[in-house]
Ligand binder design. Structure first.
Ligand code: 5AD
Ligand code: SF4
Length: 421
């Protein structure tokens, strides 16, 4: 969502005549977008802002802005952490940055209002890209006990179907082949009688080639959505479904509103109806009160389900959340140990699953060159797995093309293959 918000803001700034530089010393305005989900992200943002402050010391004309979740969370307090700041703009105020820049502010400006923002008026400028995010909703009403998002992004707001379709059409004109519909909880989407499955059907009617979405909450994964994924050809067979923990006791304390049994039932249903489904998840270790046998249950669930990949985190206490009131009682070393064990298990599973794809064909949207070997193109399969294309001797420009790739090799994170002739 932050990547998307930054793109939208960039679009608004471009319209105002700004252009982009990657060299801070050349900039008139430096903007840092921030995340509050875990403490580590916040520590890094403060470090980065203090590092960037020195450009302002050299040239006081430079404006320094911090935007997003952390700005929303800290507000005025940010000025103590980073005194050089000119703007502290929250998750919805950030879109007004260009207006605020036009006003002569003597003092740093802190703006944090959270409205029920539904519409982003300006369509982001995104030329020469083949895949793009489109926000369909913002905010969250779930209040999982560990999570800061409902506080910093406010209640869930849904964009209008017509605005979403307009944005997708604009992206198609820019040459975009794939959209990822994003929201904190996409599958609770509702607008004017349309639910998320209906929205997928509407987006499918456009000329876009592939559709992805994330993140889905298990509680809102309806049979209708599973059906839509199974039958809408443009919708990729990838479901990101955060499990968070395998222990019912911990799931209950997390206020996730499902049990491990419920989750298993959903997985069975999705896998039985959607062919070649790629299933990914988020997991947290070391939540308050997580005993070794709770953690073992997470390992057992991961072993049983065999996710294609997972984002795995150590619990990070966030002030203002319900879980913050419980003692953070799993020692740091224990959290690290559990995280490592979980990562190791998941790595083996991912490797096994990826190696099962050797000899098979993946449909890949080529989105650039491999970082490791600039001669090789890379892209994403429908499963959302990265595919590196080797041995493409012809010097053709494949950017943005959808090609069939025969997988020849695989490790835990990447598939390797050759274009089928
Ligand atoms: N500590 C650790 N991980 C968290 N997440 C959200 N809040 C926290 C927290 N306080 C993780 C969840 C969520 C993902 C986006 O970040 O797994 O799904
Ligand atoms: Fe946070 Fe839960 Fe909402 Fe996800 S569903 S953003 S974890 S409160």
């Amino acid at each position: 969502m932050n990547v998307y918000d930054s793109e939208v803001l960039k679009g608004i700034l471009f319209k105002k005549g700004y252009s982009e530089t990657i060299k801070p010393q050349e900039a008139d305005l430096i903007v840092v977008n921030t995340c509050s989900v875990r403490e580590h992200a916040e520590t890094r943002a403060i470090g980065r802002l203090n590092e960037l402050s020195r450009y302002k010391l050299e040239n006081p004309e430079i404006k320094l802005a911090v935007i997003g979740c952390m700005a929303q969370r800290l507000g005025e307090k940010f000025l103590k952490e980073v005194p050089a700041l000119d703007f502290v703009l929250g998750t919805e105020e950030l879109f007004k940055l260009p207006e605020y820049l036009d006003k002569k502010n003597e003092k740093p400006l802190v703006a944090l209002s959270l409205s029920r923002l539904r519409e982003i008026q300006v369509l982001p400028r995104r030329k020469h890209i083949c895949t793009a995010f489109v926000a369909i909703s913002r905010g969250c009403d779930n209040f999982c006990s560990y999570c800061v998002v409902p506080y910093v992004r406010g209640p869930e707001k849904h964009r209008k179907v017509s605005d979403i379709i307009k944005e997708v059409q604009c992206l198609i004109e820019y040459g975009c082949r794939e959209v990822s519909l994003i929201g904190q909880n996409v599958n609770s989407y509702k607008d004017d009688g349309y639910d998320f499955a209906d929205l997928l059907r509407e987006v499918s009617k456009t000329d876009i080639q592939r559709i992805r979405f994330m993140t889905s909450h298990p509680r809102d994964l309806s049979p209708k959505l599973i059906q839509a994924m199974a039958f809408l050809e443009k919708v990729c067979e990838h479901l990101h479904l955060p499990l968070q923990s395998g222990s019912d006791k911990i799931l209950d304390k997390m206020d996730r509103k499902y049990s491990s049994e419920d989750y298993l039932r959903l997985v069975d249903s999705a896998r039985s109806k959607i062919q070649n489904l790629s299933l990914t998840t988020d997991l947290i270790v070391g939540f308050p009160g997580e005993k070794d046998d709770d953690f073992q249950k997470t390992l057992e669930m991961v072993d049983k389900i065999e996710f294609d990949s997972a984002f795995m985190f150590k619990y990070s206490p966030r002030e203002g959340t319900k879980a913050f009131l419980s003692e953070d009682d799993v020692p740091q070393e224990e959290k690290i140990k559990r995280l490592q064990a979980l990562i190791e298990l998941q790595k083996d599973i991912a490797k096994k699953k990826n190696q099962e794809l050797v000899g098979k064909t993946e449909e890949v949207l080529i989105d650039g060159k491999s970082k490791r070997d600039k001669a090789n193109w890379k892209g994403k399969g429908r499963s959302n797995k990265t595919v590196i294309i080797s041995k493409e001797k012809e010097n053709k420009d494949l950017f943005g093309k959808i090609v069939k790739v025969r997988i020849t090799k695989a490790d835990s994170f990447t598939l390797f293959g050759e274009i089928e002739k």
